[in-house]
Structure formats: C-alpha cells, structure tokens
Design a protein around this ligand. Structure first.
Ligand code: FAD
Length: 420
C-alpha cells in the first residue's frame, strides 16, 4: 500500500490555536476535517492556548498556529498546510499512464479501477478527497448501504481502496490548464508544476454557488457557511440553525443539524419542498422534531459585529420583510460545473457541462466539433483521449452512483483509447 507521510504523525496530537470566528480558522478547520485529521482546538484567549503560543515565540496576532510535538506552523496556504500535516502534496514523478483531475466519487472510482488494472495512476485534488459526497451527512440511496453511509466514511473507504492498489492521491494541487502534447497530455497546476500523462479523466464535478449578497458574504466563515454541515455542526450545539436551500443536500443537513441544534429553520425559495427534494427525505423531515420548513422565503440581508447576528428574510409573494436573530446560516443552493480551467477545445452545453460521446453530435454548429473521423468513445470529450465522468459531464444524473459508474467506465474507455 502507498503509505502517506501522514501515517508517521498519527500518534502525535495536533493542536490548533485560533480564534473560532476568524475565516482563517474556518478554512483550516474545514481542510483538516475534510481530510479526516483529528485535532484539538484552543482559543488564543484560553490559558492553555496562550501558553502554547508563548512557548514557541508566537503572539495572539500570529494565530492561527498549528502545533504538533515540537513543531509549529503559521500556515501561509493550503499546500504548505497539506505538506506539514503529512498529506501527499506533490506527485512523485511527472509522467503517468492516467491522470485524473478531481477526487470526488467519479475521480476516486477511476483511481481504483485505473490503479487496480495496472495503469500508473495519479489523481490531483484541489481541496480534499471525497468531493461533494464527502460533505453528505447520510447517503441513503447508494447501492450496498441499506442503512446509509456518511460521506466521510465513504471517502475513507475510497481513499484506502485507491491507495491499496497504488494510486497516487495528491491533495491541494489545483489543475488550471490541460493541453495535448506529443507524449499525451500536459496538465498545468497553479503551483507552476506540470504533470504529464498518456490519458486524462476530468472528474472535477461542480462547485457550489454562493448567495451573492454582499452583507451576507461579509460573514463567510463567521456564521455563514456553504455545504459544510459536517465540519461545523459540533459548534452549533443548542443554537438555532438556518438552512437555505430546498434540494436533497439541504434536506440532509436539516435532519443532521436537528440532532444537535435547538431548532432548525429551513428557508426555501420555492413554494414547496417537493419542487426539488426526494420524497423519502421530505417524509424524514416531517418526522424529525425541531425542524421548521418555511417555503416562499429568501434571505435578503445580514448584520452583525464580529460574526453573524441577524438575518433579514423576505416573503417572495407578499414582499413582507422580517428580521430574525441568527448566528448560524448554512446554504446549500446548487452548483455550477467546474470547467472554467478548460479551454474552448472542450465542447460544453449551455450551462458549461462537458459534452461527451454521442452527446457531442447533438450540438449543432458547436464551437468545438469532434476533430477525428472515428466516432468519439462514450465518455470521450471533444479532445480525443480526454474523458469526463461524474457531475462535470452534461446529462449526468448528479448522484454518487452515477459518478462512480462513470468513473469506472471511463477507465475501460481509457484502455481502449491507449490500445487501439
Ligand atoms: C451535501 C450533499 C449531499 C448529497 N447527497 C447525496 C445523496 O444522498 N445521494 C446521491 O446519490 N448524491 C448525493 N449528492 C450528490 C453527489 O455527492 C454528487 O453527485 C457527486 O459527489 C458527484 O461526484 P463527482 O466526483 O462527479 O464530483 P464532485 O463530488 O463535485 O467532486 C469533484 C472534485 O474535483 C475537485 N476539483 C474541481 N476542480 C478541480 C481542479 N481544477 N483541480 C483539482 N481538483 C478539482 C473538487 O475539489 C472535488 O473534490 C450530494 C451532494 C451534496 C453536496
């Protein structure tokens, strides 16, 4: 099994001294939690926190600072943080058979199948293995898990399985360009590194939308959070929690928060939950004590001092506004395809999702037509030898099972491409 440097650190306690309401603290908390790295948190105002800072020559103004044994780090970026906590942050070589971009279910399935079938495989992930599914508190409709499975459990299993077969999983590398070269493809990353491979699977999924209200954005990480129920829930214990969104991800979060929050208030723009949510989840919400569903309502303003203290809500039909006290707002309001890093040679649909295989022919007068005489393979993009799988692909089901299925299938097509 390809062990990571993280294994060497596992017996030492990681402590973070940080102000809980600072955005930098939220970023570190999310990064560590999503990469399954346990740690102890201390406020700089606590005696133990102050002592640790003093002992290593830091002041309160230096926080957040991480401590592990005799080592200390005031992180300047995610790559440095990843490296310091022992995650694999750099590819071991610059040429592979298969390069996968994105570590969600589609990318991880491709990594398992690619590596287990003898392809020298590397996966680049900008944040944390697991993708959107890693944020789910309970996936109930994935085959083989009749009692549901948490996103972090599924992610942990996928990570171990991919490593067992020798796939390299590189965290905190952000792919920002892909171009064909003589030996195959070159993927350029934001740290200026270029990784080469004979074939590529794009599994970059979708990136969540933000509310885009300046007074609300001001509190990002200080009471306003996006798609992060799992990492923040312990802090909300006994408080009221507002959830914005009416699709399955918002519904799961409502049920999850109900176990620790005083009350959960769902704010749904549509007139009914049935517009976007699966019926099993609507039923579950109706049976969960402490969840109030408010339909036809939207957030229009926010206020507070160091963190979120108040929200202004508007009834979309009557226009009536009201102000409510709120310290916690979690938004689950949809996502857009993560395709902005790819150039125009990749054909997309009107929403930016990648067209593949037979779907390419459905777009008349496309800017990027299929360039070869042979037809494209099923998940092949308009750049021959580059495949797309999962949520990033047009006409994908936006489900874990669809992503896993396509990630696995893409590897079969990579074999065909390499051997034909
Ligand atoms: C909270 C929540 C709950 C859900 N619950 C369910 C459920 O119960 N059942 C179900 O079937 N589905 C559920 N879904 C949907 C499901 O999670 C997605 O359909 C699935 O994760 C898509 O997988 P993917 O691998 O295609 O993309 P993603 O999961 O979006 O993963 C893409 C990965 O690519 C990375 N990436 C993006 N761009 C780059 C780049 N340029 N360089 C490097 N890395 C990059 C991202 O960081 C991300 O990790 C849920 C989604 C959410 C958000």
């Amino acid at each position: 099994m390809a062990a990571t440097a993280r294994d060497e650190h596992d017996n030492t306690e990681l402590t973070v001294v940080a102000d809980m309401w600072s955005p930098a603290c939220t970023a570190i908390r999310t990064f560590l939690a999503r990469n399954e790295i346990a740690c102890r948190w201390l406020q700089p105002t606590e005696a133990a926190g102050r002592e640790l800072l003093d002992a290593h020559g830091f002041g309160v103004e230096d926080t957040p600072v991480l401590f592990e044994g005799k080592r200390a780090l005031k992180p300047t970026g995610e790559e440095e943080l990843a490296q310091w906590v022992g995650l694999h942050a750099q590819p071991s070589t610059d040429h592979y058979d298969l390069l996968i971009v994105g570590g969600g279910p589609a990318g991880m399935a491709a990594a398992v199948y690619g590596a287990s079938e003898g392809l020298h495989t590397v996966l680049l992930e900008r944040w944390a293995i697991g993708g959107q599914a890693g944020l789910s508190s309970n996936i109930q409709n994935y085959l083989g898990f009749p009692d549901g499975i948490t996103g972090s459990d599924l992610t942990d299993r996928a990570r171990r399985q991919a490593r067992k077969f020798g796939a390299e999983l590189v965290i905190s590398l952000y792919a920002d360009r892909l171009r064909p070269v003589e030996s195959g493809f070159a993927v350029h990353c934001t740290d200026d590194r270029t990784v080469h491979a004979r074939s590529v699977i794009v599994a970059t999924g979708a990136t969540f939308r933000t509310l885009d209200i300046p007074s609300v954005d001001k509190f990002n990480g200080r009471g306003v959070f996006y798609f992060s129920a799992l990492t923040e829930a312990p802090l909300c214990s006994g408080s009221d929690v507002y959830i914005v969104g009416g699709a399955n991800s918002a519904g799961q979060a409502a049920v999850y928060f109900a176990s620790c929050a005083r009350k959960v208030i769902m704010l749904v723009r549509a007139k009914s939950l049935a517009t976007e949510m699966s019926s099993y989840l609507i039923e579950q919400i109706s049976r969960t004590p402490g969840v109030e569903v408010r339909t036809g309502v939207e957030v229009v303003d926010a206020a507070g001092d160091t963190h979120l203290e108040q929200l202004t809500l508007r009834d979309r039909e009557t226009g009536a506004v009201e102000q409510v006290s709120a310290n916690w707002l979690f938004a689950f309001i949809g996502a857009d395809p993560a395709t902005d890093w790819l150039d125009e040679s990749f054909a997309r649909d009107d929403h930016g999702y990648l067209l593949t295989g037979p779907d390419i022919a459905t777009v008349e007068g496309a800017k990027s037509p299929w360039p070869l005489t042979r037809p494209p393979l099923h998940l092949e993009t308009t750049v021959p030898g580059v495949f797309a799988a999962g949520d990033v692909r047009a006409f994908n089901g936006h489900r874990v099972a669809a992503a896993v299925g396509e990630g696995s299938m893409a590897v079969m097509l990579v074999h065909k491409f390499l051997h034909d």
